[in-house]
Design a protein around this ligand. Structure first.
Ligand SMILES: Nc1ncnc2c1ncn2[C@@H]1O[C@H](COP(=O)(O)OP(=O)(O)O)[C@@H](O)[C@H]1O
Ligand SMILES: [Mg+2]
Length: 256
Protein backbone atom coordinates (compact mmCIF):
# COMPACT_ATOMS: atom_id res chain seq x y z
CA UNK A 1 0.00 0.00 0.00
CA UNK A 2 2.74 2.44 1.10
CA UNK A 3 4.65 1.47 -2.01
CA UNK A 4 1.61 2.18 -4.21
CA UNK A 5 1.16 5.65 -2.69
CA UNK A 6 4.87 6.35 -3.30
CA UNK A 7 4.73 5.27 -6.90
CA UNK A 8 1.55 7.31 -7.55
CA UNK A 9 3.23 10.39 -6.06
CA UNK A 10 6.36 9.74 -8.09
CA UNK A 11 4.26 9.37 -11.21
CA UNK A 12 2.60 12.72 -10.53
CA UNK A 13 5.95 14.40 -9.77
CA UNK A 14 7.24 12.99 -13.06
CA UNK A 15 4.26 14.38 -14.98
CA UNK A 16 4.58 17.83 -13.37
CA UNK A 17 8.32 17.76 -14.10
CA UNK A 18 7.77 17.16 -17.81
CA UNK A 19 4.85 19.59 -18.14
CA UNK A 20 6.79 22.37 -16.45
CA UNK A 21 9.85 21.61 -18.64
CA UNK A 22 7.70 21.93 -21.75
CA UNK A 23 6.30 25.30 -20.67
CA UNK A 24 9.70 26.56 -19.53
CA UNK A 25 11.04 25.66 -22.98
CA UNK A 26 8.16 27.55 -24.57
CA UNK A 27 8.85 30.66 -22.43
CA UNK A 28 12.47 30.57 -23.44
CA UNK A 29 11.56 30.53 -27.14
CA UNK A 30 9.08 33.40 -26.64
CA UNK A 31 11.74 35.48 -24.90
CA UNK A 32 14.13 34.84 -27.76
CA UNK A 33 11.51 35.94 -30.29
CA UNK A 34 10.75 39.11 -28.30
CA UNK A 35 14.47 39.89 -28.08
CA UNK A 36 14.67 39.61 -31.86
CA UNK A 37 17.27 36.82 -31.63
CA UNK A 38 15.95 35.19 -34.79
CA UNK A 39 15.12 38.32 -36.75
CA UNK A 40 12.12 40.61 -36.99
CA UNK A 41 10.18 39.48 -40.03
CA UNK A 42 7.51 36.82 -39.88
CA UNK A 43 9.51 34.86 -42.44
CA UNK A 44 12.52 34.74 -40.09
CA UNK A 45 10.65 33.88 -36.94
CA UNK A 46 8.15 31.42 -38.45
CA UNK A 47 10.28 28.27 -37.72
CA UNK A 48 10.59 29.39 -34.10
CA UNK A 49 6.87 30.03 -33.85
CA UNK A 50 6.35 26.47 -35.09
CA UNK A 51 8.82 25.19 -32.48
CA UNK A 52 6.90 27.17 -29.88
CA UNK A 53 3.60 25.71 -30.97
CA UNK A 54 5.01 22.17 -30.80
CA UNK A 55 6.52 22.78 -27.38
CA UNK A 56 3.16 24.04 -26.11
CA UNK A 57 1.43 21.06 -27.68
CA UNK A 58 3.78 18.73 -25.81
CA UNK A 59 2.63 20.21 -22.49
CA UNK A 60 -1.03 19.90 -23.46
CA UNK A 61 -0.59 16.33 -24.79
CA UNK A 62 1.08 15.24 -21.56
CA UNK A 63 -1.83 16.52 -19.50
CA UNK A 64 -4.40 15.11 -21.92
CA UNK A 65 -2.85 11.64 -22.04
CA UNK A 66 -2.79 11.59 -18.24
CA UNK A 67 -6.47 12.59 -18.17
CA UNK A 68 -7.36 9.72 -20.52
CA UNK A 69 -5.31 7.34 -18.38
CA UNK A 70 -7.05 8.49 -15.17
CA UNK A 71 -10.52 8.29 -16.72
CA UNK A 72 -10.23 5.17 -18.86
CA UNK A 73 -7.19 3.42 -17.36
CA UNK A 74 -5.55 2.92 -20.77
CA UNK A 75 -2.27 3.98 -22.32
CA UNK A 76 -2.59 4.69 -26.02
CA UNK A 77 -0.37 2.36 -28.07
CA UNK A 78 -0.05 3.38 -31.71
CA UNK A 79 2.30 2.93 -34.65
CA UNK A 80 4.38 5.99 -35.41
CA UNK A 81 7.55 7.09 -37.16
CA UNK A 82 10.41 7.70 -34.73
CA UNK A 83 12.03 9.98 -37.35
CA UNK A 84 9.05 12.36 -37.01
CA UNK A 85 9.50 12.51 -33.24
CA UNK A 86 13.23 13.14 -33.55
CA UNK A 87 12.70 15.80 -36.20
CA UNK A 88 10.21 17.61 -33.94
CA UNK A 89 12.56 17.36 -30.99
CA UNK A 90 15.33 18.79 -33.10
CA UNK A 91 13.30 21.80 -34.22
CA UNK A 92 12.06 22.43 -30.66
CA UNK A 93 15.41 22.12 -28.97
CA UNK A 94 17.46 23.92 -31.62
CA UNK A 95 16.47 27.43 -30.38
CA UNK A 96 16.91 26.34 -26.76
CA UNK A 97 20.43 25.03 -27.48
CA UNK A 98 21.14 28.24 -29.38
CA UNK A 99 20.02 30.25 -26.35
CA UNK A 100 22.82 28.54 -24.38
CA UNK A 101 25.30 29.01 -27.28
CA UNK A 102 25.38 25.29 -28.03
CA UNK A 103 25.16 23.62 -31.43
CA UNK A 104 22.50 20.97 -31.78
CA UNK A 105 23.06 18.57 -34.70
CA UNK A 106 20.62 16.09 -36.16
CA UNK A 107 22.11 13.16 -38.08
CA UNK A 108 20.17 10.49 -39.92
CA UNK A 109 20.82 7.82 -42.54
CA UNK A 110 19.50 7.97 -46.09
CA UNK A 111 17.61 4.72 -45.54
CA UNK A 112 16.99 2.23 -42.75
CA UNK A 113 17.17 -1.54 -43.02
CA UNK A 114 13.77 -2.19 -41.45
CA UNK A 115 12.30 1.30 -41.59
CA UNK A 116 11.71 3.64 -38.68
CA UNK A 117 8.16 2.69 -37.66
CA UNK A 118 7.74 1.92 -33.97
CA UNK A 119 4.79 0.59 -31.96
CA UNK A 120 4.32 2.12 -28.55
CA UNK A 121 3.18 5.13 -26.59
CA UNK A 122 4.52 8.03 -28.66
CA UNK A 123 4.00 10.54 -25.86
CA UNK A 124 6.16 8.45 -23.52
CA UNK A 125 8.86 7.94 -26.16
CA UNK A 126 8.87 11.72 -26.62
CA UNK A 127 9.22 12.20 -22.83
CA UNK A 128 12.20 9.85 -22.78
CA UNK A 129 13.96 11.75 -25.56
CA UNK A 130 13.11 15.20 -24.20
CA UNK A 131 14.56 14.39 -20.82
CA UNK A 132 17.81 13.09 -22.28
CA UNK A 133 18.16 16.04 -24.68
CA UNK A 134 17.31 18.51 -21.89
CA UNK A 135 20.10 16.99 -19.79
CA UNK A 136 22.55 17.13 -22.70
CA UNK A 137 21.84 20.87 -23.00
CA UNK A 138 21.84 21.45 -19.24
CA UNK A 139 25.09 19.66 -18.49
CA UNK A 140 27.09 21.01 -21.45
CA UNK A 141 28.69 24.40 -20.99
CA UNK A 142 30.21 24.74 -24.45
CA UNK A 143 30.28 22.64 -27.57
CA UNK A 144 27.94 20.34 -29.42
CA UNK A 145 25.04 18.00 -28.96
CA UNK A 146 24.32 15.31 -31.49
CA UNK A 147 21.02 13.54 -31.97
CA UNK A 148 21.32 10.54 -34.30
CA UNK A 149 19.12 7.81 -35.67
CA UNK A 150 21.00 4.87 -37.15
CA UNK A 151 21.05 1.15 -37.68
CA UNK A 152 23.45 -1.13 -35.88
CA UNK A 153 22.97 -4.46 -37.60
CA UNK A 154 19.20 -4.93 -37.62
CA UNK A 155 18.59 -2.79 -34.55
CA UNK A 156 17.39 0.81 -34.64
CA UNK A 157 19.50 3.10 -32.48
CA UNK A 158 19.00 6.60 -31.13
CA UNK A 159 22.14 8.32 -29.86
CA UNK A 160 22.18 11.54 -27.87
CA UNK A 161 25.73 12.67 -27.35
CA UNK A 162 27.08 15.79 -25.68
CA UNK A 163 30.47 17.37 -25.05
CA UNK A 164 29.58 18.31 -21.48
CA UNK A 165 30.73 17.76 -17.93
CA UNK A 166 30.38 13.97 -18.01
CA UNK A 167 29.48 11.58 -15.22
CA UNK A 168 32.08 9.93 -12.97
CA UNK A 169 32.39 6.15 -13.34
CA UNK A 170 31.45 5.52 -9.73
CA UNK A 171 28.29 7.61 -10.11
CA UNK A 172 26.98 6.07 -13.32
CA UNK A 173 24.98 3.37 -11.59
CA UNK A 174 22.99 6.04 -9.68
CA UNK A 175 21.71 8.19 -12.50
CA UNK A 176 18.37 6.37 -12.98
CA UNK A 177 17.49 6.45 -9.27
CA UNK A 178 14.63 8.89 -8.60
CA UNK A 179 15.78 12.20 -7.04
CA UNK A 180 19.48 11.34 -7.35
CA UNK A 181 21.70 14.14 -8.67
CA UNK A 182 25.50 14.11 -8.97
CA UNK A 183 27.13 16.18 -6.21
CA UNK A 184 28.41 18.73 -8.75
CA UNK A 185 24.86 19.14 -10.15
CA UNK A 186 23.49 19.83 -6.68
CA UNK A 187 25.99 22.59 -6.00
CA UNK A 188 25.91 24.04 -9.52
CA UNK A 189 23.37 26.60 -10.66
CA UNK A 190 21.62 23.95 -12.77
CA UNK A 191 18.17 23.43 -11.34
CA UNK A 192 16.72 19.93 -11.30
CA UNK A 193 14.95 17.32 -9.24
CA UNK A 194 16.76 14.19 -10.35
CA UNK A 195 13.71 12.68 -11.96
CA UNK A 196 14.25 12.99 -15.73
CA UNK A 197 16.39 9.90 -16.19
CA UNK A 198 14.10 7.87 -13.95
CA UNK A 199 11.26 8.74 -16.36
CA UNK A 200 13.45 7.87 -19.36
CA UNK A 201 14.42 4.49 -17.88
CA UNK A 202 10.80 3.59 -17.13
CA UNK A 203 9.75 4.38 -20.70
CA UNK A 204 12.65 2.34 -22.07
CA UNK A 205 11.69 -0.61 -19.89
CA UNK A 206 8.01 -0.46 -20.83
CA UNK A 207 8.95 -0.54 -24.54
CA UNK A 208 11.57 -3.32 -24.26
CA UNK A 209 14.40 -0.93 -25.16
CA UNK A 210 17.94 -1.05 -23.84
CA UNK A 211 19.63 2.13 -22.69
CA UNK A 212 23.41 2.39 -22.55
CA UNK A 213 25.41 5.26 -21.12
CA UNK A 214 29.01 6.04 -22.01
CA UNK A 215 30.59 8.94 -20.22
CA UNK A 216 33.97 10.48 -19.59
CA UNK A 217 34.27 13.29 -17.04
CA UNK A 218 34.91 16.71 -18.66
CA UNK A 219 34.59 15.16 -22.13
CA UNK A 220 30.97 14.23 -22.50
CA UNK A 221 28.21 11.70 -22.30
CA UNK A 222 26.48 9.51 -24.82
CA UNK A 223 23.09 7.88 -24.28
CA UNK A 224 22.33 5.02 -26.66
CA UNK A 225 18.78 3.76 -26.90
CA UNK A 226 18.42 0.45 -28.68
CA UNK A 227 15.20 -0.72 -30.34
CA UNK A 228 15.95 -4.42 -30.79
CA UNK A 229 14.90 -6.03 -34.06
CA UNK A 230 12.48 -8.91 -33.71
CA UNK A 231 12.22 -11.00 -36.84
CA UNK A 232 9.51 -9.58 -39.10
CA UNK A 233 8.01 -7.56 -36.24
CA UNK A 234 7.78 -3.83 -35.85
CA UNK A 235 10.20 -2.15 -33.41
CA UNK A 236 8.77 -1.40 -29.96
CA UNK A 237 6.08 -3.27 -28.06
CA UNK A 238 4.65 -6.52 -29.43
CA UNK A 239 0.99 -6.24 -28.60
CA UNK A 240 -1.42 -3.47 -27.80
CA UNK A 241 -0.46 -3.21 -24.14
CA UNK A 242 2.50 -1.88 -22.23
CA UNK A 243 3.67 -3.92 -19.22
CA UNK A 244 2.12 -2.74 -15.98
CA UNK A 245 4.88 -2.76 -13.38
CA UNK A 246 8.18 -1.53 -14.74
CA UNK A 247 11.38 -2.35 -12.95
CA UNK A 248 14.62 -0.40 -12.80
CA UNK A 249 16.93 -0.69 -15.79
CA UNK A 250 20.64 -0.61 -15.10
CA UNK A 251 23.39 1.44 -16.61
CA UNK A 252 26.97 0.59 -17.34
CA UNK A 253 30.07 2.48 -18.21
CA UNK A 254 31.87 1.64 -21.36
CA UNK A 255 34.39 3.28 -23.59
CA UNK A 256 34.10 3.71 -27.30
N1 LIG B 1 24.17 14.50 -20.11
C1 LIG B 1 24.60 14.54 -18.83
N2 LIG B 1 25.85 14.96 -18.52
C2 LIG B 1 26.28 14.97 -17.26
N3 LIG B 1 25.56 14.58 -16.18
C3 LIG B 1 24.31 14.15 -16.43
C4 LIG B 1 23.75 14.10 -17.75
N4 LIG B 1 22.50 13.61 -17.67
C5 LIG B 1 22.27 13.37 -16.37
N5 LIG B 1 23.34 13.69 -15.61
C6 LIG B 1 23.48 13.54 -14.14
O1 LIG B 1 22.44 12.65 -13.71
C7 LIG B 1 21.61 13.32 -12.75
C8 LIG B 1 20.18 12.84 -12.88
O2 LIG B 1 19.61 13.32 -14.09
P1 LIG B 1 18.06 13.64 -14.13
O3 LIG B 1 17.34 12.46 -13.59
O4 LIG B 1 17.68 14.12 -15.47
O5 LIG B 1 17.90 14.81 -13.06
P2 LIG B 1 18.17 16.40 -13.10
O6 LIG B 1 18.64 16.76 -14.46
O7 LIG B 1 16.86 17.01 -12.76
O8 LIG B 1 19.17 16.63 -12.03
C9 LIG B 1 21.81 14.80 -12.99
O9 LIG B 1 21.58 15.57 -11.82
C10 LIG B 1 23.28 14.86 -13.40
O10 LIG B 1 24.09 14.82 -12.23
MG1 LIG C 1 17.24 16.15 -16.08
Amino acid sequence: MQKEVFSKQLDLSALLHDVSNAFEGASLIVNQIIDGAYGRSLEEIRPFLIALLQTNKRGVDLIESRRVYEELGVVSVTEFDVLDILQKNYSQFKPIAQYYSLNLHYQTQVSYKHGTQVRGDSISIDRMLCNIITNAIKYTLTGDIFVRLLNQGDDLIIEIEDTGIGIAAEQLSNIFIPFWRAPQSRVSDKPGRGIGLYIASMVAYAHGLTMRVDSVVTQGTKFTIIFPYKDGEMYGVDGRMLPKSPKQVGSRRSFV
